[in-house]
Design a protein around this ligand. Structure first.
Ligand SMILES: CC(C)(COP(=O)(O)OP(=O)(O)OC[C@H]1O[C@@H](n2cnc3c(N)ncnc32)[C@H](O)[C@@H]1OP(=O)(O)O)[C@@H](O)C(=O)NCCC(=O)NCCS
Length: 145
């Protein structure tokens, strides 16, 4: 059975020639940046306030990303502390826009929710979240690229 993605499809974009390394594949840093953006959307909605990235664990570059691939980042909230939120991110591509779908990268990003003074602040309990966030907290979303 084909591997399936875990989490919600949070961002989609197209891999462009300007972001390639000398070998013609996409820079790892570009892929990482797309993952950080998606994870930040997920964490910011869970926190309902500004968040910052504090750490990144378990990053694996599994397969290269090529120009013309559609890149999609799937996210879900793996755990919540007082002010910290761990977001699992999987990046998948649709090769050449219409080809095979493959997982290219995965990792776990930790964010901290900040108050207006830039200090860590408590993440709200789930029952206080708006429906558009709560509805996506449990279960996988079978959204395709
Ligand atoms: C986020 C920041 C305000 C936290 O400051 P701090 O003094 O460690 O704050 P606290 O001691 O209150 O810790 C806050 C939370 O962060 C967690 N934390 C702090 N550093 C961490 C790290 N490296 N990895 C994982 N969690 C971390 C703590 O465990 C704590 O979690 P909890 O509230 O859920 O228990 C500070 O580290 C910061 O400003 N970092 C820079 C973030 C940034 O600019 N990111 C973008 C980089 S370009």
């Amino acid at each position: 059975m084909a591997e399936s993605s875990t989490g919600r499809l949070t961002t989609r974009t197209l891999a462009m020639p300007a972001d390639t390394n000398p070998a013609g594949d996409l820079f790892g840093g570009w892929v990482l940046s797309q993952m950080d953006i998606a994870a930040g959307i997920c964490a910011g909605q869970r926190a309902q306030k500004r968040v910052v990235t504090v750490s990144l664990d378990g990053l694996s570059f599994i397969r290269p990303v090529k120009v013309g691939d559609v890149l999609g980042c799937y996210t879900y909230v793996a755990s919540v502390g007082r002010s910290s939120i761990v977001v699992n991110v999987e990046a998948w591509v649709r090769r050449g826009r219409i080809g095979n779908r493959e997982k290219v990268t995965e990792g776990r990003f930790t964010f901290v929710a900040l108050d207006e003074h830039g200090r860590s602040t408590a993440v709200p309990p789930e029952h206080e979240l708006p429906d558009y966030v709560r509805n996506h907290l449990s279960g996988d979303r079978p959204e395709d690229l």
